[in-house]
Unconditional design. Structure first.
Lengths: 402, 382
């Protein structure tokens, strides 16, 4: 109704009045925007169809069912999907997504640990430590990430020994220029019970903590739950593990004539990429942590001491909750950046989304539009999920005004 | 006999003065701190000496005789080659040998005066901007320069018009190309970013919708997918007759990418302007354009300058990604130079040289941005 009224108002105006009328102008600009954008897209699509026809490019997603016909660097994704050159292009897509997530996941964990350490070290009262942390941040933040990836990859290939002279850690794990060879855990029958015990332990710890928290609210008496947690989360699963007769075996790598056999091989591409991404992203996380801690007013610490909290209590109950409110949103943003930057694997050939699917498959099939659209879609979904998470965290952390 | 003889003050104990005090308070204030200090000293001990050894002490500096400003400086009798360079240290003559390639790519050697003139012009431009800062006509001078500088630079670098021989963009490369990509990306994305930011803040719902869609889409995907899109799909978007240079495609991708980030930076500035400014502009009867150009944008852009510099630094770092679509930028030169059979396998020297040059540039820029931030902060407090 409202918009109808608007138009009826405009009808009575003369042409000159119409030009200077704000509403008329608003409608005109919006219509013009839509027309320009639609015509732009129209011309793009028309040209696209002409070009596709002229060049004889195949369209559609039927290529996904086709045989891939190439081999992928064996890593977690290829094991999970059981990939072989006879697999389809769609399976390449799955392998690529798994590899992206593995790299992003490991990278995020490493970057968080490193960033946390460096960020705290940056504020240390120890002169040497804080200078070193600052040097780390300034050094790695101001070198392009792609250069760092290439650098570590090169170091890996050139500075580490050949397989024949692998560096060995008690014959359990090996390092050489073809990768890290770790013991491959092979869960035996009954291992599932150990995992169930672990889950039971975690759940009951949460329940016990809640119980004592309620008790503290009622009576004011505090109870230290550390022994309960340790017992339930660590000792209980270990007892189950031993009772079942250690249902976990390891497949160790064995030094052959030319290369190592068996074990869990971690390819150098993965190590270089994840290392570079974590080192680079850690500088940003460290800065976020530092600004978070610095954002807490000094009075808060003094007030906590004045009401008799111990140092640990004041850190746990007063400082950290306020510091994290400032530090977590930029940190989550950095997780997104790390995930996006993992696409730089295309430069060293770690088979993730952009390299295996957006690179190799694209070169084989040549259907750039469909393939890149799929790749972009995956990143869009990741971005959107992280935005949703960020909004949730922000809402949860917002200061509750009274 | 005086009882109250003046006593000279005793010196404070040695643990309370000078370097000992400094050490105690800063390095060994507690057991944990002491242990951390020792641990970090050990960390330095295992990293710094081998690094210095590789970079300098065991490194090979047999450049032969170099002519610097007319003086012949003899570094060594013989010139090092890849074979006699040694393995335990860096081989710097490699960088010296390939220096032109690092800076200009495959730009014809006899035409190098052209990029050099452009470098000099750029420096000259900065000096003029500094000098005319307080002049009355500075805006006119700036406008003149902003229009003519790119035209002259393009003419010098590309040539043509029958005056200078044409140098195809395929031959452009090295640091020169990196600077061109970053410069063009930053400058062209700026106005587009402002428009997008205004669009996002606009009261017109369709304009707002398209701006948000564009900004959020671009920010959600990695630059490399956009670069791939530009290098593989973009030519299909245009009439078959239009042939597109690889460099132009990369420039379009980078500009469109940067515009979205610039828009968010400018939006931050726009949102920081108090509402009263908008209302005051409305109250004195300014139109939308007058309001934005005269009142809002000058203030918003001023507050967002540090972030604009920060975003430009990110773009500068991201220009290295053109390596993946096969443009020969500063970083790509390393693989070209080491593919030369005379210098096989000298990747590390190349990467370290590139890293050092880029680090110095990026560090200077980030210092500058921090300085700007401090300056604007104090202005806000007063």
């Amino acid at each position: 109704m409202k918009s109808l009224n608007k138009f009826s108002n405009l009808k009575n105006l003369s042409f000159k009045e119409l030009i200077y009328n704000n509403e008329a102008r608003a409608i005109f600009i919006q219509v013009a925007t839509v027309v320009i954008i639609v015509s732009l897209f129209y011309s793009i699509i028309v040209n696209l169809y002409d070009n596709i026809e002229a060049r004889g490019i195949v369209t559609g997603f039927s290529f996904l069912g086709g045989r891939a016909g190439f081999d992928i660097l064996p890593f977690l994704g290829t094991y999970v999907v059981k990939f072989s050159p006879n697999s389809t292009n769609l399976e390449v897509f799955y392998v690529a997504i798994i590899n992206t997530f593995v790299c992003a996941g490991v990278g995020i964990i490493l970057a968080t640990i490193l960033g946390l350490l460096i960020g705290i070290a940056r504020l240390s009262s120890n002169y040497l430590i804080s200078r070193l942390a600052n040097g780390y941040i300034e050094l790695f933040r101001n070198i392009p990430i792609l250069l760092q990836i290439l650098f570590w990859y090169n170091i890996f290939l050139n500075a580490l020994p050949k397989p024949k002279n692998s560096i060995s850690f008690f014959d359990l794990a090996f390092i050489n220029n073809r990768g890290f060879y770790l013991p491959n855990p092979l869960p035996q029958e009954g291992f599932i019970w150990v995992i169930i015990a672990l889950i039971v332990g975690i759940v009951s710890t949460i329940y016990i903590k809640r119980h004592f928290k309620r008790k503290q609210d009622e009576t004011g008496r505090q109870t230290n739950t550390l022994t309960y947690s340790l017992g339930l989360i660590i000792v209980f699963p270990i007892i189950v593990f031993l009772l079942l007769g250690s249902p976990l075996q390891f497949d160790y790598a064995i030094l052959g004539t030319f290369n190592l056999k068996g074990g869990l091989a971690v390819v150098p591409e993965f190590v270089a990429l994840t290392l570079a991404l974590s080192i680079y992203t850690a500088t940003y996380i460290a800065e976020a942590i530092r600004s978070g801690i610095e954002a807490v007013d000094k009075g808060q610490k003094e007030a906590a001491a004045a009401i008799g909290l111990t140092k640990t209590q004041s850190l746990k109950l007063v400082i950290l909750p306020q510091a994290l409110r400032v530090a977590i949103p930029p940190t989550i943003n950095q997780y997104l950046n790390l995930t996006k930057n993992s696409s730089l694997a295309a430069a060293i050939g770690y088979p993730e989304l952009m390299s295996a699917f957006g690179g190799t498959v694209l070169n084989q099939v040549g259907q750039a539009i469909e393939i890149l659209a799929m790749v972009m879609l995956v990143y869009l979904v990741i971005s959107l999920s992280i935005s949703v998470l960020l909004n949730y965290v922000n809402k949860k952390m917002a200061i509750q005004g009274r | 006999m005086s009882i109250n003889e003046q006593q000279t003050a005793r010196k404070p104990p040695i643990s309370q003065t000078g370097i000992v005090l400094w050490l105690r308070t800063n390095l060994f204030s507690s057991w944990i701190n002491g242990a951390l200090t020792v641990a970090s000293l050990y960390l330095l001990y295992i990293t710094i000496p081998p690094l210095l050894n590789w970079l300098l002490i065991s490194a090979n500096f047999n450049f032969g005789t170099i002519n610097i400003f007319g003086f012949n400086i003899q570094f060594s009798e013989e010139v090092a080659t890849n074979l006699n360079c040694g393995k335990e240290g860096a081989c710097w003559p490699f960088i010296y040998e390939k220096f032109d390639m690092f800076i200009y790519g495959f730009y014809p050697r006899e035409e190098l005066w052209r990029p050099n003139t452009v470098f000099a012009l750029t420096a000259f431009l900065f000096i003029i901007i500094k000098l005319t800062k307080n002049l009355k006509y500075k805006n006119k001078i700036l406008l003149f320069l902003i229009i003519f500088y790119p035209v002259i630079s393009y003419f010098l670098l590309f040539g043509g018009f029958g005056i200078l021989p044409v140098v195809e963009t395929l031959k452009w490369g090295g640091l020169m190309l990196t600077l061109i990509i970053a410069g063009v990306g930053i400058i062209i994305s700026f106005p587009i970013g402002i428009l997008l930011a205004l669009g996002r803040q606009s009261e017109l719902s369709t304009v707002r919708f398209f701006s948000v869609l564009y900004i959020e889409f671009i920010r959600a995907v990695p630059l490399i997918t956009i670069l791939f899109m530009a290098s593989n799909v973009l030519p299909l978007f245009f009439d078959a007759g239009i042939s597109m240079d690889k460099l132009v495609r990369a420039l379009i991708a980078i500009t469109l990418f940067q515009a979205a980030y610039m828009a968010e930076v400018v939006r931050g500035g726009l949102q920081a302007i108090p509402k009263g400014q908008y209302e005051a502009a409305d109250a004195i009867g300014l139109s939308y354009y007058q309001k934005n150009i005269l009142i809002v944008l000058p203030q918003a852009l001023k507050i967002s300058i540090p972030n604009i510099v920060g975003s430009s630094i990110s773009l500068f770092k991201d220009t290295t990604l053109v390596l993946i679509i096969g443009l020969m930028d500063f970083l790509t030169v390393v693989s070209f130079a080491t593919a030369d059979s005379a210098w096989l396998g000298r990747h590390l020297e190349g990467y370290i040289f590139v890293a050092m040059v880029l680090w110095i540039m990026l560090y200077t820029m980030s210092r500058y941005s921090k300085k700007l931030e401090l300056r604007f902060n104090t202005e806000n407090i007063n």
